[in-house]
Design a protein around this ligand. Structure first.
Ligand SMILES: *Cc1c(COP(=O)(O)O)cnc(C)c1O
Length: 372
């Protein structure tokens, strides 16, 4: 029995909508795209939503729309998928990394202010693994220093900080739909914002810099082809109609994992979920004891058909970031955590039997199999 790390949740509804698109012969900018974007405005109570071909494209578009440029600095986290930082590097904006909270694995808001300089223009919190960062503190700091907030909610669709949806609290936010995300479009992302200017600039940037009010081939800025196809939007619309169902299933899988970890007394930790936060389950991550050889553990689990992945390697130590001359020890908590976290199989249709196998095997490998 192979147990994959993740798996999209696709039903007859997604297939039906894709076939409707194929039969319509409108394969780009059709009614599915409009409905997909509308579903975000409705669900998350935001004024504007712009669908694009990836989460990375949507993040880059926000950086351009806010006119961030070389010489500017942005406060963010190194414990993330590299796109949350690359979107700045594309424009010569310097990512300034703040260490994380070892409990939540999100940016440690107590350490933000000491990294703010006169060049700081924005804060980009990543709601890592689906749990919102402390948005009360981020909003307070942003107001105090007059900074933009860009929310990377790519892993946190449907999550909440208190009563507000992740992605809708800052100036703009992004959701992403790669096949391992809670919902998928194959590839894709959505930018949400309440600012008309960001919205209109994003519409233009995703469509080759066109003047959005002119039917003419008039390009008022250098733009991109960041468009989402109608086929992708069809999959996404069906997924959005099923969002609550999918998130509930994922929550049940996560709850069951927690019970199994207790039942088998597996000597690992899991991230703490704050009282103020409603998590949207993206992946299930365990934190291994310091003495465990993670590579060996992954290899042994793999022999049993159990797929795992070391989420996340720290961005500041990636080879691509060598020009910035970060070094080991710059972010001790990020580095320690990223050496010890492991994502185990997780998706909305993971069966209890599969979960039992994963945790039982983990208990055996970590030398505590006697309880199973
Ligand atoms: C998935 C993800 C993105 C966007 O990825 P794309 O593959 O470009 O859609 C950005 N940031 C984080 C933290 C992510 O997990």
């Amino acid at each position: 029995m192979e147990i994959p790390l993740s798996k999209p949740d696709i039903t007859e509804l997604e297939k039906k909508y894709v076939l409707e698109v194929l039969d319509s012969s409108v394969l780009s900018f059709g009614e599915k795209l409009t409905a997909f974007e509308e579903s975000f405005r409705q669900k998350f109570h935001v004024k504007y939503a712009v669908a694009m071909n990836s989460g990375t494209s949507a993040l880059h578009t926000i950086v351009k729309a806010l006119n961030l440029k070389a010489g500017d600095e942005v406060i963010t986290t190194s414990y993330s998928f590299i796109a949350s930082s690359n979107c700045f590097v594309f424009e010569g904006v310097k990512p300034v990394f703040v260490d994380i909270d070892p409990k939540t694995l999100n940016i440690d808001t107590k350490k933000i202010e000491e990294k703010i300089t006169e060049n700081t223009k924005a804060i980009l919190p990543v709601h890592v693994f689906g749990q919102p960062a402390n948005m009360d503190e981020i909003v307070r700091i942003a107001k105090k220093y007059n900074l933009y907030i860009i929310e990377d909610a790519c892993e946190a669709i449907g999550a909440k900080w208190k009563n507000d949806y992740a992605g809708t609290i800052g100036d703009a936010g992004v959701f992403a739909f790669y096949p391992n995300k809670q919902i998928t479009t194959g590839e894709g992302g959505v930018l949400v914002t309440n600012h008309k200017e960001i919205y209109e600039t994003a519409l233009s940037l995703r469509n080759q810099g066109r003047n959005i009010n002119s039917k003419w081939l008039e390009h008022e800025r250098i733009g991109y082809n960041y468009r989402m196809s109608e086929l992708q939007a069809a999959v996404g619309l069906a997924q959005m109609e099923r969002l609550d169902e999918i998130l509930l299933k994922r929550e049940q899988v996560a709850n069951h994992y927690r019970k199994l970890l207790q039942k088998y007394q597996v000597p690992v930790e899991v991230p703490t979920i704050l009282r103020e936060a409603v998590i949207s389950w993206f992946v299930y991550v365990i934190i291994l004891p310091k003495e465990i050889d993670r590579n060996q553990l992954m290899e042994r689990l793999f022999q049993q058909g159990i797929h795992t992945r070391p989420y996340f390697p720290a961005i500041h130590l990636q080879p691509a970031y060598a020009p910035f001359a970060f070094k080991k020890g710059d972010l001790p908590i990020t580095e320690d955590i990223s050496n010890r976290t492991l994502a185990i199989p997780f998706h909305s249709n993971l069966s209890y039997a599969e979960q039992e196998k994963v945790i039982h095997q983990l208990a055996i490998e970590l030398g505590d199999g006697k309880n199973g």
